[in-house]
Structure formats: structure tokens, C-alpha cells
Design a protein around this ligand. Structure first.
Ligand SMILES: Cc1cc2nc3c(=O)[nH]c(=O)nc-3n(C[C@H](O)[C@H](O)[C@H](O)COP(=O)(O)OP(=O)(O)OC[C@H]3O[C@@H](n4cnc5c(N)ncnc54)[C@H](O)[C@@H]3O)c2cc1C
Length: 64
């Protein structure tokens, strides 16, 4: 017997989580869309943005 999982369905798929993709994802989720972002690059640790103001990090849900 084969058990298949239902495939998730998204309203929007964004390729790349750079400046453009992250902004588009933020806008999409704010209007209630289910958004998936596909990123091929490496993870960038939060400490890679030492000069980012705390309120900007908070806007993106990032805790210092
Ligand atoms: C050294 C440097 C300094 C800069 N300094 C500034 C600055 O001070 N101020 C400023 O306004 N701009 C600056 N820029 C420009 C700014 O980085 C770019 O304008 C901006 O990042 C472009 O956004 P983007 O979303 O188009 O691309 P990116 O930010 O490059 O994002 C593209 C993303 O897509 C991913 N990707 C690519 N191909 C695939 C794939 N096939 N599948 C999945 N993911 C994929 C990449 O890994 C990347 O994360 C700088 C650029 C550089 C290189």
C-alpha cells in the first residue's frame, strides 16, 4: 500500500529571497496569500546584518 501526502498548495511561488523576492513575499503575506519562497543560496546568519536597526529586523520577524 502506498500512502501519499497531500501536496501543499500556494497562491504565489517566489524564486529567490533577495531584496526583490523578500519584498514580494512580505507584500503577498500581508494581503493574505499563501506564499512559498524558493532559495538556492546559502543561509545568511542574522549576525550578517550588524547595522540593521532593530525595528527593521522586527518588521521581518527577526529577533536579534
Ligand atoms: C557588493 C554589493 C553591495 C550592494 N550594496 C547596495 C546598497 O548599499 N544599497 C542598495 O540599495 N543596493 C546595493 N546593492 C544592490 C542590491 O544588492 C541589489 O540591487 C538587490 O539585491 C537586487 O535584488 P534582487 O532581489 O533582484 O536580487 P538578489 O538580492 O541578488 O536576490 C536574488 C536571490 O535569488 C536567489 N536565486 C538565484 N537563482 C535562483 C534559483 N534558480 N533558485 C532559487 N533561488 C535563486 C539567489 O541566491 C539570491 O538570494 C549591492 C550589491 C552588491 C553586489
Amino acid at each position: 500500500m502506498t500512502v501519499t501526502q497531500p501536496r501543499p498548495v500556494y497562491d504565489v511561488a517566489i524564486v529567490g529571497s533577495g531584496a526583490g523576492g523578500a519584498t514580494a513575499a512580505d507584500m503577498g503575506t500581508k494581503v493574505g496569500a499563501d506564499v512559498i519562497t524558493l532559495e538556492a543560496g546559502p543561509n545568511t546568519p542574522h549576525f550578517g546584518w550588524p547595522r540593521c536597526p532593530p525595528e527593521v529586523l522586527a518588521h521581518f520577524g527577526i529577533k536579534e
